[in-house]
Design a protein around this ligand. Structure first.
Ligand code: SAM
Length: 238
């Protein structure tokens, strides 16, 4: 007897540039602040002699900030803390929204500012997400700066809200971002329909010269009703 494994439905992909411009137009006045705080965090770490290699660019940090603010996210979950640059940037947004930011890494590098309110869970992503799930918390914004492995994806189906926005870093050919997009498209996104907004042509220069996004791809679920047409019409988020 032959069994054919059902082929996963393709998940639509388009550029995230229109949405980024739309978000920036609404939130530009806040961006200098997050840029300043994130840069100060990195400079303080650099003074300890640690290299910035492996940390995330300011353009990506600004993009994450805009997404969290624009979609009014309340519970952020991060895979891959490292020196905490993205955690600090996302936390700036979540503080304004009145939410929480949790970040996970098997190694605590010790650079998450203790007074920031950021919760750092030392351990792999599935450990951190499992703890949050057992505490009854749900996640409405996830950022992967490491691989979404199957145990995390299995937990995400339970712990992520239906309108959870998922961002993945390093969307380059054969890099972890592309791998995450493929893996999540074949698994998580089969149940939660939506579209991937890719960093096509990024960084995107805004009218005031600020550059937004470098290599972050974002999954926007259909429940958020963000279409290219709604963004072009200036409606964006309902
Ligand atoms: C590219 S770095 C993250 C950079 C960070 N976003 C920043 O802005 O500094 C990737 C991190 O993922 C961490 N990592 C490795 N395996 C992991 C896992 N299973 N769960 C969570 N993080 C993991 C690594 O230790 C590393 O610190």
């Amino acid at each position: 007897m032959f069994f054919w494994k059902r082929r996963p439905k393709p998940v639509p992909q388009r550029s995230g540039e229109s949405l980024a411009r739309h978000m920036y137009a609404r939130l530009a006045t806040e961006v200098r602040d997050v840029q300043r705080v994130t840069a100060a965090h990195c400079e303080a770490i650099q003074r300890t002699g640690l290299s910035m290699e492996g940390t995330t660019s300011i353009e990506d940090c600004i993009y994450l900030y805009l997404l969290i603010r624009y979609f009014d996210r309340k519970n952020v979950f991060e895979i891959g803390t490292f020196i905490g640059t993205t955690a600090v940037a996302m936390n700036q947004a979540i503080k304004r929204n009145g939410g929480t930011c949790t970040t996970t890494d098997p190694k605590d590098y010790g650079f998450v500012p203790p007074d920031s309110g950021i919760r750092m869970i030392e351990g792999p992503a599935e450990l951190g997400l499992g703890i949050l799930h057992r505490e009854g918390r749900t996640i409405d914004f996830a950022f992967g700066d490491w691989y979404f492995k199957q145990p995390t994806i299995d937990l995400a189906a339970k712990a992520f809200t239906p309108d959870c926005v998922i961002a993945v870093h390093d969307y380059f050919p054969d890099d972890k971002g592309e791998e995450n997009v493929v893996k999540l498209s074949e698994t998580y996104c089969q149940r939660r329909t939506g579209a991937w907004l890719l960093p096509t042509g990024a960084p995107w220069r805004m009218p005031d010269g600020m550059t937004v996004n470098a290599c972050t791809a974002v999954f926007i679920p259909d429940t958020l009703k963000i279409t290219e047409e709604s963004v072009r019409a200036g409606g964006g988020r309902p």
